[in-house]
Write a protein of this length. Sequence first.
Length: 186
Amino acid sequence: MHIFIDESGIHKENGKSSVALVYVLTDDAQTLENAIVEAEKSLRIDNFHWTDCSWKIRTEFFKSLSKENFFVRVSIIQNPFNKNNFEESVKLLLVEKKFKKIIIDGKKPRWYSSKMKKILRDAGISIKKISTANDESFACLRLADAYAGLSRAYWERKENKNVSELYKLACKKIKTTQLVDGQEVR
């Protein structure tokens, strides 16, 4: 199993942030990577990024990947961003202990990757299994970005028709969503 981590909205002063962990259930993450690249090609985009895509592209991206072998865990954190809540959130989401690799989106400040590695080391995870990378190198990080962006959008604007319809489609892959105050929702 491989795990890809991305988040959305940690730079905002209000609203919510989300942390998404995409779990690839097979030992061969390449199959999902290939499916993501094929979806992007069919949509005529270079790399999927939540903030850069229209609702039509977002919807087609999620539809094209809905049959692939992965699941997602998401945590929603109230802004302004708090490092302690973030740390607790990651600990709650990372329940699986048997995996080959954790890839953290590397387009983050140095404190972010250092903090993630510390959290994971404290959870007993070997530093050899953790690496940072950019989403151009790992298509699964783009999938994590998609779920982080959608989850944050859903918890901030559930009443938006585009958001609610896309979340209904995508939530089939979400195991649980953990809110900082301990509530668990589907």
